[in-house]
Design a protein around this ligand. Sequence first.
Ligand code: ATP
Ligand code: MG
Length: 180
Amino acid sequence: MRLLSLTLDGFKSFAQPTTIEFRPGMTGIIGPNGSGKSNIIEAIRWVLGEQSAKTLRGNKMADVIFNGSEDRAPLNRALVSIAFDNSDHYLNSDFSELKITRKLYRNGDSEYLINSQQVRLRDIVDLFVDSGVGRESFSVISQGRIAEIFNGKPADRRAIIETAAGVSKYKQNKATAEKR
Ligand code: ATP
Ligand code: MG
């Protein structure tokens, strides 16, 4: 499984549709302060289902929608798409290429899509559970998070280890079954 591309359209400072293609190997994103590097990482979290506006440095979720600049009017919608090569079927899907899209409108309407099919947020979360890639995974580590992990409560640290070990899927299934 490999990250292929990321498209930001109306997400934070990306007023114009912008696609970043990831080649095999390592990719570094460089640019001056305030040029949007962190916004790119937040777009990855967001499209994978992040529900906390605070984690994305906002007060409310609509803060991710481009809110205008000196020469551009605010936009009405944010869209982020992320594409993965899944030919090894590492992610639990028959598709060998997966494109996940999330849209949010100012009126609060939102949409999630997998390969252009409308899905629930739950379907996206399920696709990434225990993959190490999902919205709460260890593959996106923000500033300050390392210290948080080391200084955290044992129970929180255990949750991180369980995700890394791939057992949180079973815990989630158990919790769902117990609710029924
Ligand atoms: P640094 O090197 O300082 O970490 P960075 O490259 O990570 O900078 P970001 O934090 O990604 O920069 O980008 C911040 C910019 O994004 C700010 O100029 C901010 O005004 C802009 N921005 C954030 N949200 C929006 C929004 N909804 N609409 C328009 N611009 C936005
Ligand atoms: Mg930054």
